[in-house]
Design a protein around this ligand. Structure first.
Ligand code: 5RP
Length: 262
């Protein structure tokens, strides 16, 4: 592990490292997107180099594909793999039922397709991502650019009858221009503050023409690995109901991490 990491990066690192222990040779893996998922790709690359682990990854974004290639993680497309054994990805919020908000990194569409095409999804996160209820983090919704203002207005109208605390909707920008996703779409961020019924909201949003997908991941995540800055990790499995508390050694830097600053 690189030295001089902030406590939050240490928490992300230990969550990622612990999750990679669940990877077995021969697996086809979904590789998530974001800073925590980037740690996972590095830890995976380390196991490939040091143990000769044989895996192939399906990246959920151009960014993740670039990092994986740079580190020597073999890749294929989802169409080539068709079905995956395991996806490991980060999240913006996690509720007690392991429902998620994702898409802070604008990759929610590929992330949801890949996670849904996997036997198992493990979410890795620092402890700040655990919430009693979803909604403090703005909910990302991927929409097609054509008629985006009409889609925004339809979403705003829909939100009036939903169990949410706030109704503001903003177009995600990249400087002066709208942010464009890997799928050539736009992202609307729904500032809801509290989502009373995530399942209902997800269904209703996906009925609106122009909406491609929303960032609520309902009943998709099987296991979470939550990291703390002091090396503690908690693994929770929603299917078995088991929770395990462990502590990982925060080891000194080694080659695979030395030159990377993400
Ligand atoms: C990208 C995502 C990320 O997994 C999510 O935003 C968490 O990112 P990070 O690990 O950097 O906090 O959903 O679309």
């Amino acid at each position: 592990m690189p030295v001089n990491l902030s406590p939050i990066d240490k928490a992300k690192f230990v969550a990622a490292r612990r999750a990679v222990d669940f990877v077995e040779s021969g697996m086809r893996l979904g590789l998530g997107t974001g800073s925590t998922a980037a740690w996972m790709v590095r830890c995976l690359a380390e196991r490939i180099q040091e143990e000769g682990l044989k895996v192939v990854g399906v990246p959920t974004s151009i960014r993740t594909a670039e990092l994986a290639r740079q580190l020597g993680v073999p890749l294929m497309s989802l169409d080539e793999a068709k079905w995956l054994d395991l996806t490991i990805d980060g999240a913006d919020e996690i509720d007690p039922d392991l429902n998620l908000i994702k898409g802070g990194g604008a990759a929610l569409l590929q992330e949801k397709i890949v996670a849904t095409a996997s036997d198992q999804m493990i979410v890795i996160a620092d402890v700040a991502k655990e919430m009693v209820q979803l909604g403090a983090f703005p909910l990302p919704v991927e929409i097609i650019p054509f008629g985006w203002q009409t889609t925004k207005a339809l979403i705003e109208e829909t939100l009036i009858s939903m169990d949410v605390l706030n109704h503001d909707v903003t177009l995600r920008m990249n400087g002066e221009a709208p942010l464009v996703t890997d799928g050539a779409n736009y992202i609307l961020d729904l500032h809801l503050k509290r989502i009373g019924s995530p399942r209902q909201l997800s269904l209703v949003l996906n009925q609106i023409p122009g909406v491609v997908e929303n960032g609520l991941f309902i009943d998709i995540c099987d296991k979470v690995v939550i990291g703390h800055g002091d090396g503690r990790v908690r693994v929770r499995d929603i299917n078995s109901g088991e929770t395990m508390d462990e502590r990982l050694d925060l080891e000194p830097a080694d080659n695979i991490f030395a030159d990377l600053d993400d």
